[in-house]
Ligand binder design. Structure first.
Ligand SMILES: Nc1ncnc2c1ncn2[C@@H]1O[C@H](COP(=O)(O)OP(=O)(O)O)[C@@H](O)[C@H]1O
Ligand SMILES: [Mg+2]
Length: 234
């Protein structure tokens, strides 16, 4: 479960206080798939970064799986993030001086996995990159880099996956492959998925769509997918 309670984020810019998110209260239960949509600059990336514990809100609280992360110190936060949250960026964010295998190994090594390399190798095979383990990011296509980033995000089997416009830098067929991969991992592992996107069709394939406008939740709706699924259960 992800929960934010009256979360506000303000920044000082040019001697002025800018409100980037205002009074955001939202709950996302385990295993749910959620699209975050809204105009550029509305606060989507800020929201995702706060949920991930990459940033701290000005006021309000954030809870991940029952732990109030806004009450944690840096070390405890880093540990909790490693165990609970996978993060996929629009621009991949791989470490350029490390091979694909080394990039995927890092979170496993940080988590103390003694078979980090072997597990990273398996993960890269699972995302169809068994033949690219020794390649550096610059030697990989955008789609391949994002698949490495997906493998890295899932390496420690986090219960929560956050993806910020994961297909934003990819052509549509490569983007589709990355989404299919993320959805397959979500289905297999029951991962909660929160995904920022400008793609209407992709948003509609999530169970829930939250629209952010000017730093506030403008709408929060379940999609037909969710309704048909719950109808199924009845
Ligand atoms: N470090 C920062 N300093 C000042 N303003 C920022 C900073 N980061 C983001 N912003 C501003 O906050 C707003 C929301 O940014 P962001 O969350 O990146 O929006 P989105 O992801 O929806 O495009 C934007 O107006 C942006 O310019
Ligand atoms: Mg953004």
């Amino acid at each position: 479960m992800i929960a934010t309670h009256h979360m506000t984020m303000q920044l000082e810019a040019g001697g002025q206080t800018v409100t980037i998110l205002e009074d955001v209260t939202v709950q996302i239960p385990e295993k749910q798939t959620v699209a975050i949509v809204g105009p550029s600059g509305s606060g989507k990336s800020t929201l995702l970064g706060l949920i991930a514990g990459l940033d701290r809100p000005t006021s309000g609280t954030i809870w991940l799986n029952g732990v109030e992360i806004t009450a944690l110190g840096e070390k405890a936060m880093a540990r909790l993030r490693l165990a609970n949250v996978g993060y996929i960026f629009q621009s991949f964010h791989l470490i350029p001086t490390l091979t694909a295998l080394e990039n995927v190994s890092i979170p496993l090594e940080l988590a103390g996995d003694r078979h980090a390399r072997q597990r990273a190798d398996e993960l890269l095979r699972a995302v169809g990159l068994g033949h690219r383990v020794s390649h550096y990011p610059v030697q990989l296509s955008g789609g391949e880099q994002q698949r490495v980033a997906v493998a890295r995000a899932f390496a420690c089997r986090p219960p929560i996956l956050l993806a910020d416009e994961p297909t934003g830098n990819l052509d549509s067929s490569t983007g589709q492959q990355v989404i299919e991969l993320i959805m397959a991992l979500h289905r297999d592992a029951g991962t909660t998925l929160v995904l920022v996107t400008h793609d209407q069709q992709l948003a509609a394939s999530m169970e829930r769509v939250i629209t952010i406008r000017d730093g506030k939740i403008a709408s929060d709706q379940f999609t037909a997918l969710q309704q048909s699924e719950s109808a199924h259960q009845l």
